[in-house]
Design a protein around this ligand. Structure first.
Ligand code: MG
Length: 167
C-alpha cells in the first residue's frame, strides 16, 4: 500500500427509545432509553467501523452487514468491529488513533468515558491513549437536543502495518 497515513470519517444516528438496552462503544450504560436498531444499535461502534472501513477504501458497514439480513438482528456490534479490523489488517493497515464525539442529551456519558475508551482500544487493537471519547449535548435543539436521537461521529487514522509485535 501507499505508506501515507489515511484518515477515515464515520457518522451514525439512532433514535432513542424507552426500554431498550443502551449499548455504546460496546459498553452497557444504565439508561431509561437506548438506541433503536436492527443490531444492538451501538451507534459508536457503527460510526467507528465506517471510519475504519472508509479510510481503508473498503465497503461500508451497511454493505457488509445489511440491516435487512435477519442474521444481523440483535447482533452485537463488536462482531462488526472484529470483521472490519480483520479486513483492514488484510489490506496491510492498522488503526493508529481514534477520536469519537457522541451527541446526546441522555444518558450522560462522562461517568462512562474511561470504560468506553478501554472498550474501543480493545476492539480496534490500539493503546488507550490513542482513543478519545467526548460527549456533547444538543442544547435543546433538533431531535438530539430533544432527546429523541443520538449521533456518533468518529475520525480514525490508519497507518501501514509493520511486522512489529502488536501490529
Ligand atoms: Mg447504526
Amino acid at each position: 500500500m501507499n505508506a501515507l497515513p489515511r484518515v477515515g470519517l464515520g457518522i451514525d444516528l439512532h433514535r432513542l427509545v424507552p426500554d431498550r438496552p443502551c449499548i455504546l462503544a460496546g459498553i452497557a450504560i444504565p439508561s431509561a432509553v437506548g438506541p433503536a436498531g436492527h443490531s444492538d444499535g451501538d451507534a459508536v461502534l457503527h460510526a467507528a467501523c465506517d471510519a475504519v472501513l472508509g479510510a481503508a477504501g473498503l465497503d461500508d458497514l451497511g454493505t457488509l452487514f445489511s440491516d435487512r439480513d435477519p442474521a444481523n438482528a440483535g447482533r452485537a456490534s463488536s462482531e462488526f468491529c472484529l470483521e472490519a479490523l480483520r479486513r483492514v489488517r488484510a489490506a496491510g493497515m492498522r488503526v493508529a488513533s481514534m477520536d469519537v464525539v457522541v451527541e446526546t442529551e441522555r444518558p450522560k456519558l462522562l461517568p462512562h468515558r474511561l470504560q468506553m475508551r478501554q472498550s474501543l482500544a480493545h476492539l480496534f487493537g490500539i493503546a488507550i491513549d490513542r482513543v478519545n471519547v467526548k460527549g456533547k449535548t444538543g442544547e435543546g435543539l433538533d431531535a438530539i437536543g430533544q432527546g429523541q436521537a443520538l449521533r456518533a461521529t468518529v475520525v480514525v487514522l490508519l497507518v501501514e502495518r509493520s511486522d512489529s509485535p502488536g501490529d
